[in-house]
Ligand binder design. Structure first.
Ligand SMILES: Cc1ncc(COP(=O)(O)O)c(C=O)c1O
Length: 389
């Protein structure tokens, strides 16, 4: 399918058919499609300064302003921001910063990274190695060493890893609500205990907010929603709503102080386009829209409609489980109902949803979606499943 245009929560194919974008493209389009305001801002920036690197002594105004805005919004006080171009690069940078912190603290043996089953953290070697989805790791050879995956729900499993390896754990990486791995909200209290274990054992907490950041859970960050203050936060996707590629790591004081303690220390990591002014300009315009249109509140509205509708399908025996919170949801189908078939039927009903694995349909629409389009998603999903039963 060739998508040629978009407007609000909908996109259009090359035959002119309209589809409700029920996954915000790939979990990223918070402010909706077709925002001339962002395109205009990016164009003006490209005409002024298309790009200049941010290595050595150099910086540019949009990158400075974007980092300031992110630091103000950050879920932890006193943060600085390290910019990259994607979620995978953000995850790899956070992992490197975590291990670097161990080295700078004089604890070179503290290298272990703990992650959770079902987690998705991207496709570069670091992000691929820490994700908890073995199918995505098959065939790519040796993974990054020093990684340990625990059950995604069982606190006992996490506690055991800290009991066995506490002094060697550099960091735990987790999403607030797991997204691409099937939409799994954390059990009640799980993230608070995880944070407490990290603190007690001298490990860092990395919150991967690539999907949950920028209002997906009704607050700027999933960390805010779950009341935890991580040491490192990764973001991408919703930070520009996709109008330009951009990502970053919010670096809290524990890591900052180690890196900044020696003024002659050089942080030897970064990408050619880190701090790209056009991307940062898109990010600033995107944040303005989220604030001005109060889009954080829209996540709650999405949840108040999708949640009960998905639960009703489960109650009627048409699906196995509804999972999600606020603006991010998944419906687990029974084994006789392949998710790809439901996706195809929903397409014919004018809705683009995403199958995850063989039996889950994910929904994560742009935050600007109106009630009418939410009802179109619900109707197309119900029709698709009923047609199979
Ligand atoms: C939680 C999470 N982390 C990292 C990534 C990787 O981001 P990207 O695809 O921009 O590299 C994703 C992508 O879906 C993600 O969902």
């Amino acid at each position: 399918m060739t998508i040629v245009a978009g407007e609000g929560a909908a996109v259009f194919d090359d035959s002119g058919h309209r589809y409700v974008d029920a996954l915000a493209s790939l979990w990223f389009c918070q402010v909706g499609h077709g925002r001339a305001e962002i395109a205009d801002a990016v164009r003006a920036q490209l005409e002024t300064l298309e790009a200049f690197h941010t290595f050595d002594m150099f910086t540019n105004e949009p990158a400075e302003r974007f980092c300031e805005r992110i630091a103000e919004l950050a879920p932890m006080a006193g943060a600085r921001v390290f910019l990259v171009n994607s979620g995978s690069e953000a995850v790899d940078s956070a992992l490197k910063l975590a291990r670097l912190s161990s080295s700078l603290r004089g604890e070179p043996d503290r290298q272990l990274i703990v992650s959770r089953r079902h987690a998705y953290h991207g496709v570069t070697y670091g992000g691929m190695s820490v994700q908890g989805l073995p199918a995505n790791q098959e065939g790519f050879g040796e993974l990054v060493p020093g990684i340990c995956t625990v059950d995604h729900n069982e606190l006992d499993d996490l506690q055991q890893v800290f009991a066995d390896h506490g002094p060697h754990i550099a960091a735990v990486i987790t999403e607030p609500v797991m997204g691409a791995g099937g939409v799994h909200p954390p059990p009640e209290g799980y993230l608070a205990v995880l944070h407490e274990l990290c603190d007690r054992h001298g490990a860092l907490m990395i919150m991967d907010e690539v999907v949950c950041g920028f209002g997906r859970l009704g607050q700027w960050w999933g960390s805010d929603r779950f009341g935890v203050q991580p040491d490192l936060v990764t973001f991408a996707k919703g930070c520009t709503s996709g109008y330009q590629p951009l990502g970053g790591v919010i670096v809290g004081t524990r890591v900052r102080e180690l890196i900044e303690a020696d003024p002659s220390f050089v942080l030897r990591t970064g990408h050619t386009y880190s701090g790209h002014p056009a991307s940062c300009t898109a990010g600033l315009a995107n944040i303005d829209i989220i604030e001005r249109e109060n889009l954080l509140a829209r996540a709650h509205r999405i949840g108040s409609m999708l949640g009960p509708a998905l639960s009703a399908l489960v109650d009627e025996g048409l699906a196995v489980q509804a999972r999600g919170q606020e603006g991010i949801w998944a419906l687990q189908l029974d084994e006789a109902t392949p998710a790809a078939d439901i996706r195809d039927r929903m397409l014919r009903g004018g809705v683009i949803a995403r199958p995850l694995g063989s039996s889950t349909i994910a929904l994560c629409p742009p935050l600007v979606i109106g009630d009418e389009d939410i009802n179109l998603i619900i109707g197309a999903l119900r029709d698709a499943i009923e047609a199979r039963h």
